[in-house]
Every structure is written in C-alpha cells, then in structure tokens.
Design a protein around this ligand. Sequence first.
Ligand code: SF4
Length: 75
Amino acid sequence: MEEKIIRYDHPNGEITVLWRPKKCIHSAVCVNTLPQVYDPAGRPWIKPEFASTQELIDQIDRCPSGALQYELHQK
Ligand code: SF4
C-alpha cells in the first residue's frame, strides 16, 4: 500500500505542510515549538495559518523523523 501523506495548505499560498503519520515518532518537537499550529487534540491537528512560512520551515527542519516536510509554491 502506498504511504499516506496528508497535506495542509497555508492560506497564504506559499507553503504546504506534508505529514507522514507512519514516520512520526511522537517526539513532540513540533508541538513544543509551535503549539499554536500543532495541536494533537485539534481537528485538523495541523493549522499552518497560525505561523508564518519561515516559522514553519524552521520548525519542520527540526522534525527528527522526517515525518514533517513542506512544499514551497511560487506565487
Ligand atoms: S516533530 Fe515530527 S516526529 Fe515529532 S511529533 Fe512532530 S511530526 Fe512527529
């Protein structure tokens, strides 16, 4: 089966956060760094609109498992 990748588009059109649930090791680095974006109890649990593109990039680069990645879009 193909690995599931869930996409969360930022309304600014600049960035999409990608999350691979199977890779996540639940280290909570994301939740501790940007709690306004990553809320495991929220639906959806990732709300990219609560951070800037640069804040998301800086945080996603620190995800230890590679479960979080991003795509940047030309505007
Ligand atoms: S930082 Fe990455 S590995 Fe850790 S909980 Fe968040 S998505 Fe999962």
